[in-house]
Design a binder for this molecule. Structure first.
Ligand SMILES: [Zn+2]
Length: 85
């Protein structure tokens, strides 16, 4: 399995396939980024809407309506590239 880099939150951009160092995440947002890390680790695509956090507006405890709170991008069409293994 490929090792995934861990970066501080300030360096993680939307859609970036890095693990977020939870120590750098404000406490109330850690669950969201914990979930995002799980999605990144699983190799599944991050939801575009919530960036894999499963939370509509981050930290506001509302399930993302696009992925239903999974943080995983719903596959509408077959994924063309299989790079994210
Ligand atoms: Zn989502």
């Amino acid at each position: 399995m490929k090792k995934i880099e861990t970066k501080p939150l300030s360096e993680v951009k939307d859609g970036a396939l890095f693990l977020v160092d939870l120590e750098t995440v404000p406490y109330h947002m850690r669950n969201d980024y914990y979930k995002r890390n799980l999605v990144v680790e699983s190799g599944k695509p991050l939801c575009d809407f919530c960036d894999g956090t499963g939370n509509e507006f981050y930290s506001m405890y509302r399930k993302c309506p696009v992925c239903g709170g999974d943080g995983i991008k719903r596959e509408i069409e077959k994924v063309a590239d299989e790079q994210n293994k």
